[in-house]
Design a protein around this ligand. Sequence first.
Ligand code: PMP
Length: 428
Amino acid sequence: MCADSTKEEITIEIKGKDLSHFLELPDRDILAKTYAFHEFTDELVNQQFHHWGRILTSPSEHRVTILDRYTNTEREMVMMASNNYLGLTTHPRVKEAAIKAVEKYGGGAGSVPLLGGRMDLHRELELKLAQMKGCEDAIIFSSGYSSNVGCVSALVRQNDVAINDRLNHASIIDGCRLSGGTLRTFKHNDLNSLEKVLRVTDKEFNGKLIIVDGVFSMDGDICRLPEIKELADKYGAKIMIDEAHATGVIGQTGRGTPEHFQMEGQIDIVAGTLSKALAVVGGFVASSKEVVNYLRFYARSHMFSTALPPAAVGALIAGIEVIQTEPELRKKLWYNINYMISNLKKMGFDLGNAETAIIPIIVGDNDKLMLMSREIHQAGIFLNPVYYPAVPKKLSRLRLSLMATHTQEDLDDTLEVIERVGKKYGLI
Ligand code: PMP
């Protein structure tokens, strides 16, 4: 089969449709859109194009077993879609700490943090995160999503402006939408564009918060923090950085983007998730004691949501200690990153500006991407296609996430499949 045969392979029921198609389907029956979407996803399953929500029957490690919805059997796959960057979800110290925390504190925290759900374990984690991020204090949330939503919506008020890199994570954008303030964007990693927005907004608004991802979640590139800081100082703006994909990955000791640029202590607000390299669940904001104190009362996703369960908190404390005492994990992750980026580039793939553990392989054609993903799944490699509207149509892609625990065999098996499929569909 050559690239042109994609046309016959994708049936009319799904051809040209993506998730954006089902957002607005006006009908007197408010649930009509769900029926239409259900038919669409059924058809995706029939043709083996439905790779969302694959069910794991094992831990999220370098090799997983899944319950394959197409064959209804259990099968092994090389996992290239986990954010468990350092392999800590199953680290013995992490597991043991979770069990000990359950034994001492039980299953749940019992309440929201302000009204009875805050344990000494939570405080220990806050202080560890503050120290790791070189900040005075930290506050924890039930997810990275809710820490971004809570932090941005608490700080950006009427007559304030949140100035976002266009590729910022959805949780930041949702926080801006919930806030009483105004959302403005600048072109991805483009300092001229940022300065233009700063200049234009300077007179129009009171407070200005520049928000960027440290490592961008779809592109795997790093924000230009030193230049952003210069511009922030020039225009009297504050900076918030989302360290979701940077913590544990970049910086000499894995402390993230400020450490990578030797700018620790210079960034006003350092947010992040506890679910990727830190391998459990939750989110945090590290900042000055005043900002953290304010968020405890005004970040609604913190205020009105029960504190993290003790098992998670215990595991997270142990995970941070592992990051600090076992640097060889990060070293191995970087070996894997460099090996994959250099080999994929050698093969001729377009990887955008990939430079961290997230590697996009740009396909730029939805039909081709669907067919390629089906073959990659069948070949036993678990990675995700990313379609419009998550990324622009011309930049639809395969997205790989690397881990320290990937073996040479995992990497080579993945490269072999991607090269074969890439050739078949004319990408290389
Ligand atoms: N920020 C970024 C950049 C992310 O990629 C993610 C996770 N997809 C989040 C925030 C949200 O984190 P969590 O999964 O812990 O809610």
